[in-house]
Ligand binder design. Structure first.
Ligand code: PMP
Length: 417
């Protein structure tokens, strides 16, 4: 007899202890204990992050980079310590290679705008894939329209995997940028990012990796994969919303013009001309979200204390268990069955629209996402208007997936009646 799932999971990490760190998880929703399975949209914060933010705001808050007084000096120091934590977490060589933005969306817009202005011209080509978030689609479409460049798209197979042999055919000396997610938010596919980057570099193209869904769930090493840019969002990694950023190779940052202009990004301003600060300041105009940056540093401390390898192992166990449960439910089609997947199960029930499914799940205290997940081209590819998505974090328990499966069965009975 195979070992029960709870003991397999317990051998990796003690989820009951972990759950004590997340105050929100004790909530009762519609008379039932909250089962939170929308972690790909946003994650909850452990007490250590909440307490760090609160202490910073109560006792340490000050503006950064400008003041020559104690509060400002201290705030600047902890702000820059957070940048170092992010750099170490991603495996960046230099702290200054990390530029803070409000999140992945702004990070991709920054790169599309600045890189595009400097390096993309009429006749050039940009490559994305058929399973990108709109945040990694629209900025490149706009750039191509503005510069007279062409957008090319890597197709996916029925399992949700990129067709690498088709990608190879799209690459040429005209390719300036390959912009690709590490993990698809709609399907959970983990893309073979190192191989994709190697092939792009072989034709002289740069690579931006949208890491919004990977950074919180697996160990990432930007130097090892050799990407040119790598983006992330704090609110998907147990940190506050309103903060995120992008790693970029320093020699590339140095060549790029600013995106947003104003205070703090300058070297000198006269009424005739402005010279720009060095990166990362060149790309961080205005007063940044200071408290959120401190919270991000605390979230990284928390993740490091557990260990990304353990987190990945545990979440993988949840994924395998949930997939098994869903495969046994008649009337459920899992969209996205890639060989390498992160802890996301996207599914479709013929009997009901995902919006109705999630409304019923909510009656059982279960928070799932129903919609196109800002990936409409992906929905079109799989012939569905939307999916219901359960996305797991390391604070989820196998028992919660049992409850989800029961609730989905109830839902199918209800809509088929
Ligand atoms: N890319 C991916 C893969 C995502 O999942 C998301 C968020 N759902 C984004 C980009 C956009 O991130 P944000 O809304 O934090 O800017």
């Amino acid at each position: 007899m195979s070992e029960p799932i709870t003991s397999v999971a317990d051998n990796i990490l003690n989820v009951e202890n972990i759950r004590k760190d997340f105050p929100v998880l004790t909530q009762i929703v519609r008379g039932k204990p909250l089962i939170y399975l929308d972690n790909a949209a946003t994650t909850h914060k452990p007490s250590s992050v909440i307490e760090r933010i609160s202490k910073f705001d109560a006792e340490e808050y000050g503006t950064v980079r400008r003041g020559a007084y104690k509060l400002s000096e201290n705030a600047t120091q902890v702000y820059e310590e957070s940048r170092q934590k992010v750099a170490d977490f991603m495996g960046a060589e230099k702290k200054g290679e990390v530029v803070f933005t409000s999140g992945t969306t702004q990070a991709i817009n920054l790169v599309a705008h600045s890189f595009g202005k400097r390096f993309v011209n009429a006749g050039d080509e940009i490559i994305i894939s058929n399973i990108e978030h709109h945040a990694n689609t629209v900025p490149w479409q706009v750039l191509c329209e503005e510069r007279g460049a062409k957008l090319k798209v890597i197709p996916v197979n029925d399992a949700g995997e990129l067709m690498i042999e088709e990608y190879e055919k799209l690459l040429s000396s005209k390719t300036r940028m390959v912009a690709i997610n590490h993990v698809s938010n709609a399907l959970g596919t983990i893309n073979p990012i190192k191989e994709i980057i190697e092939k792009a570099h072989a034709v002289g193209a740069k690579v931006l990796v949208d890491g919004a869904q990977s950074i919180p769930h697996m160990k990432v090493d930007v130097q090892d994969i050799d990407c040119d840019f790598y983006t992330f969002s704090g609110h998907k990694m147990y940190a506050p919303s309103g903060i995120g950023g992008v790693y970029g190779k320093m020699d590339l940052w140095e060549e790029l013009p600013p995106y947003v202009t104003g205070g703090d990004m300058i070297m000198q301003v006269t009424l005739e001309k402005t010279t720009y600060a060095k990166p990362p300041a060149r790309f961080e105009a205005g007063t940044p979200p200071i408290t959120q940056v401190i919270g991000l540093g605390a979230a990284i401390d928390y993740l490091n204390a557990i260990g990304l390898d353990k987190i990945a192992d545990y979440e993988n166990t949840l994924l395998e268990y949930g997939t098994r449960l869903f495969n046994e439910i008649e009337g459920v089609r899992i969209i996205g069955n890639a060989h390498h997947k992160a802890s996301i199960i996207s599914f479709y029930i013929e009997a009901a629209h995902p919006h109705d499914v999630v409304t019923l799940l909510d009656q059982d205290g279960i928070s799932c996402r129903g919609g196109h997940h800002c990936a409409q081209p992906t929905m079109i590819r799989y012939g569905v208007p939307a999916t219901t998505r359960a996305s797991m974090a390391f604070y989820n328990k196998p028992e919660e997936l049992d409850a989800l499966a029961e609730s989905v069965k109830k839902c199918i009975r209800f809509f088929s009646a």
